[in-house]
Design a protein around this ligand. Structure first.
Ligand code: FAD
Length: 412
């Protein structure tokens, strides 16, 4: 499939790869790159693995054998001969996973000097190639020249101020995204939300930075129907120190996700004067009263409205992805549909796409040299995508460092 692209994505080491985000996938991608001899620069808005640290004492869904890799374990063993890998069947908490695996990896000689923390990337562009293809000129567009051009990376470092870095390739591991869709119907904004959203409560019981003073004895209102929303409503009910808990969720539909259907059924049996579930299309408007309480108007399915007050509002709506770099082709709708056309033509020729081809489609973007890694399908699938990505860059479909490391570990 890779041969069908109008540019050649192969990149010989030593080239420089910039990695955006130091979560589990960013760390793993950086490690894979270093083992192959690439230079890496890792940019992280906050600190390494902070999302996993925020996961705190909650258990991961998968055992250690599936959230660690042969490459990661080999790096830790090389750094410290006394290191003992975790039992593969042990289930880490988020905090343990960060503290016993991800942070030690970030501190290895392979990565330590390349990590810029408190350094959010705020813009990306190419250094020279500014031309955007137009819908009529895709075939003649200078894809290869663009591919050979460097990336310019604008960083707003907390300590260093704003500065620029350069790279030959970008791997975007920014995770779930910086913000959430609105509280309003279908994820739109509620009236008054942009002005007040900074005051929504961020940390709930079981979160690392939870402060009981902001929560206990209060009327708490949680809006959202994500898996995270279902989980935190259950956790808050178990915690039990709120005056009242209200969960605002959409009316049931035939295509609602399994986790939502399950939570709706299980939790509706627990409703009482202390726990209320309200089905609504979303929050129509939100504001603060003179007594510093929240005042909300909900829109119901029959177009009627319902007024509510609360002490604390929590948003657990979907995360939204934000584009980085207005001149990149990664999010240019015409370029995206051009790349999809290439995939479609490829599928016509080969009606049974292999998993490796599906993964290529997941990591490639229409910006040559700009790849995306997301963990929505789980960390083991994320690791497979890393392997696929470096097979593309190395132009070797069979390149598999994980397998090489497993074989080495067995023979030693
Ligand atoms: C409370 C909680 C519960 C969770 N439960 C589950 C669960 O049950 N199952 C599950 O699969 N996942 C769960 N997650 C999500 C889990 O954190 C992710 O699955 C995992 O962290 C994904 O790894 P990642 O490397 O893709 O992204 P992340 O860990 O999100 O890492 C991305 C990193 O990129 C950084 N970043 C973002 N934008 C920029 C930028 N512009 N410049 C530089 N850096 C940037 C972020 O700061 C972040 O550190 C949970 C998370 C939390 C907080």
């Amino acid at each position: 499939m890779i041969d069908a692209l109008p540019w050649d994505p192969e990149m010989e080491s030593p080239a420089t790869i910039a990695i955006l985000g130091a979560g589990p996938l960013g760390i793993e991608a950086a490690l894979y790159a270093r083992f192959l001899g690439y230079h890496v620069s890792i940019f992280e808005t906050r600190r390494v693995a902070h999302r996993m640290l925020d996961w705190n004492d909650r258990l991961l869904e998968l055992p250690a054998g599936q959230v660690t890799t042969s490459l990661g374990l080999a790096a830790l063993e090389a750094q410290d001969p006394a290191y003992r890998p975790p039992d593969p069947s042990r289930v880490f908490t988020g905090k343990e996973y960060a503290e016993e695996y991800l942070l030690p990896l970030a501190k290895t000689d392979l990565l330590f000097d390349d990590i810029h923390f408190l350094s959010p990337v705020v813009d990306l562009s190419r250094l020279r190639a500014r031309n955007q293809p137009t819908p009529r000129h895709f075939d003649e567009f200078g894809w290869q020249e663009r591919c050979n051009d460097e990336f310019r990376i604008l960083v707003e470092g907390r300590h260093r101020g704003t500065w620029c870095s350069r790279a030959d390739c970008i791997i975007d591991c920014r995770g779930l995204g910086p913000g959430r869709v609105g509280l309003g119907p279908a994820g739109g904004l509620a009236i008054g939300e942009p002005e007040t959203r900074k005051e929504f409560l961020q940390h709930l019981p079981n979160d690392r930075k939870f402060d009981p003073k902001t929560y206990d004895e209060k009327k708490v209102l949680i809006v959202g129907s994500t898996a995270e929303a279902c989980r935190v409503v259950q956790e808050c009910l178990l915690y039990g120190r709120q005056d009242r808990l209200t969960w605002i969720l959409p009316p049931a539909t035939s295509d609602q996700s399994d986790y939502l259907a399950e939570a709706r059924k299980e939790l509706s049996e627990k409703t009482s004067t202390e726990f209320v579930m309200i089905e609504s299309l979303g929050v129509e408007s939100i504001s603060k009263t003179e007594k510093d309480r929240w005042q909300l108007r909900l829109l119901k399915d029959d177009d009627s409205t319902l007024e509510l007050q609360a002490d604390v509002v929590v948003s657990k709506t979907e995360y939204r992805e934000e584009a980085l770099g207005t001149t990149l082709l990664a999010d240019n709708p015409h370029a995206v549909s051009f790349l999809e056309g290439i995939f479609r033509d490829f599928r016509k020729e080969d009606s049974t796409p292999k998993p490796a081809d599906r993964r290529m489609q997941e990591v490639l973007t229409p910006e040559p040299g700009y790849f995306r890694l997301r963990a929505q399908a789980g960390l083991p699938e994320g690791f497979e995508r890393i392997r696929t990505l470096f097979a593309i860059l190395g132009d070797r479909a069979d390149l598999d460092l994980y397998q090489i490391m497993r074989t080495q570990a067995k023979s030693s």
